[in-house]
Ligand binder design. Structure first.
Ligand SMILES: *Cc1c(COP(=O)(O)O)cnc(C)c1O
Length: 379
C-alpha cells in the first residue's frame, strides 16, 4: 500500500538534494575537520559553508551559529548555558505553558537546582499575552524563552513584540524555532532574537543535527566538555555530513520559502474546508491567522484519537494524535489543556502536518477516508 505521510511536524524525509550534498562527506571526504592535511581541510570547508548557509537563512553572522545534535540539545544549551553562567545576576526564567518537552523538562531540571520559572498562559488560540509577559518580569529575570511556533497546534507567537520587550528590559530572548524554521521568514536582527534553536530533521535534513544561534555579544556555558570544536562551545568530532546536510536544507528553505509556504497553505486550507463542510461537532485548534502553513489540528467530539490513528494507518495514512496516548492514559496533551479544550473534544484530536511531497490527490484520499472513519465511528 502506498504510504501517505502527513506527520511532517514529527519528522521529514531527507531531501534528495540534501542527501546528494552529504554523500561525498560520507564516502571519500571522510576527514576530521580538525586535521590540517587536505582531507581534513575539505571537511572543514564543508562545515564552514554549511554554517554560512544556516546563518543566511536567519540573517545572522556565521560566527553566531553553533552546530548541535538537534533541537533538544540546542534548547538545553540555551537555557542551561545562560542560567548557569548568569546565576549571580538572577535565577528567573520566563517561558510558556505550551513549550516542547525539550524546554519544559529543561526548566524542570533548573527548578530542581534552585531556579525559578514562570510559565505564561496562552489564550484559546494558543498565543501568549504580552501584558502578562511584561508584568511577570522581575529584576531577577535573566532569560525569556518562548517558542516561535507550536509543534501541536501551529500557533505563531508575537515574536517581534517579545524581542522588543526583552531588548528594552535587558533580558536575553531565546526562541525554539524548530517548527518555524523554513516555514516562516525569520530575521533574528529584525525580530531582536538573541538565541534560537533549530533542528535538521524537521526541514529535510537528517535526524541528529541541529543548530543554536547565539548573538555575538552573549556569553553562554557549554554543556559538553571535551575538545575545542565549535569554538569550545560544543565538544565532540563534528557530524560533518549532518552539518553539510543541514546547511543545504537551510539553503533550499531560503530559496523555496515563498513557494513552499503557498503550497502547504493551499493543501492545509483545502483539508480544513473539506472537513468543516462534511463533519459536525469538530473544533479547529490553534490560531487561523497566526499559524504555520502546514499545520492542521482538529478535535472530533467524542472520538478517540488512538482509534482514529489506527484506522488511518490501515489506509496507509500517517498522522498524529493530540494527546499523550502512548502511555495509554488518554490524558490530553499539555498544549490542548493550556488552550482550555474540554475532554470530550481533546481526546479525539488529530494533527495532520503537510510537507513538500504531499499532493492534492493525497489530501483527497485523506479527507475521503477520514470522513468515512469518523462517520462510521459515530454511527
Ligand atoms: C522536534 C522539536 C524539538 C526537538 O528537536 P530534536 O531535533 O528532535 O531534538 C524541539 N522543539 C520543537 C518545537 C520541536 O518540534
Amino acid at each position: 500500500m502506498k504510504i501517505r505521510y502527513f506527520d511532517n511536524a514529527a519528522t521529514t524525509k531527507v531531501k534528495k538534494e540534501v542527501l546528494d550534498k552529504m554523500f561525498p562527506y560520507l564516502t571519500q571526504e571522510y576527514g576530521n575537520p580538525s586535521s590540517l592535511y587536505k582531507l581534513g581541510r575539505i571537511a572543514r570547508a564543508g562545515v564552514e559553508e554549511a554554517r554560512k548557509q544556516v546563518a543566511t537563512l536567519l540573517n545572522c553572522d556565521k560566527n553566531e551559529i553553533y552546530f548541535t545534535s538537534g533541537g533538544t540539545e540546542s534548547d538545553n544549551t540555551a537555557l542551561k548555558g545562560i542560567m548557569y553562567l548568569e546565576k549571580n545576576k538572577g535565577k528567573h526564567i520566563i517561558t510558556s505553558k505550551i513549550e516542547h518537552p525539550a524546554i519544559l523538562n529543561t526548566c524542570k531540571t533548573l527548578e530542581e537546582n534552585g531556579y525559578k520559572v514562570t510559565y505564561l498562559n496562552v489564550d484559546k488560540e494558543g498565543i501568549i499575552n504580552i501584558e502578562e509577559l511584561n508584568n511577570c518580569i522581575t529584576k531577577d529575570t535573566v532569560l525569556i524563552s518562548i517558542m516561535f511556533a507550536n509543534n501541536e497546534i501551529g500557533s505563531i507567537q508575537p515574536i517581534e513584540k517579545i524581542g522588543e520587550i526583552a531588548n528594552k528590559r535587558g533580558i536575553i530572548f531565546h526562541t525554539d524555532a524548530v517548527q518555524a524554521c523554513g516555514n516562516v521568514a525569520i530575521d533574528v536582527r529584525k525580530l531582536k532574537i538573541d538565541m534560537l534553536s533549530l533542528s535538521g530533521h524537521k526541514i529535510g535534513a537528517p535526524k541528529g543535527i541541529g543548530a543554536l544561534y547565539v548573538k555575538n555579544n552573549i556569553e553562554f556555558k557549554n554543556l559538553i566538555d571535551g575538545g575545542h570544536q565549535e569554538r569550545d562551545k560544543r565538544a565532540g568530532t563534528e557530524n560533518v555530513p549532518g552539518m553539510v546536510g543541514l546547511g543545504e536544507a537551510c539553503k533550499i528553505a531560503k530559496s523555496n520559502m515563498h513557494k513552499h509556504i503557498h503550497q502547504l497553505k493551499e493543501l492545509r486550507d483545502a483539508y480544513f474546508t473539506q472537513i468543516s463542510n462534511n463533519l459536525s461537532d469538530i473544533k479547529i485548534n490553534g490560531s487561523i491567522k497566526y499559524r504555520l502553513p502546514g499545520n492542521s489540528n482538529i478535535s472530533f467530539k467524542n472520538m478517540n484519537g488512538d482509534e482514529l490513528l489506527a484506522r488511518l494507518d490501515e489506509k496507509g495514512i500517517c498522522a498524529s494524535a493530540g494527546s499523550a496516548c502512548s502511555s495509554g492514559s488518554h490524558m490530553p496533551s499539555h498544549v490542548l489543556t493550556a488552550i482550555g479544550l474540554t475532554r470530550e473534544y481533546a481526546e479525539g484530536t488529530l494533527r495532520v502536518t503537510f510537507g513538500d511531497d504531499n499532493t492534492k490527490e493525497d489530501v483527497d484520499y485523506l479527507v475521503t477516508n477520514l470522513i468515512k472513519i469518523v462517520q462510521d465511528a459515530r454511527k
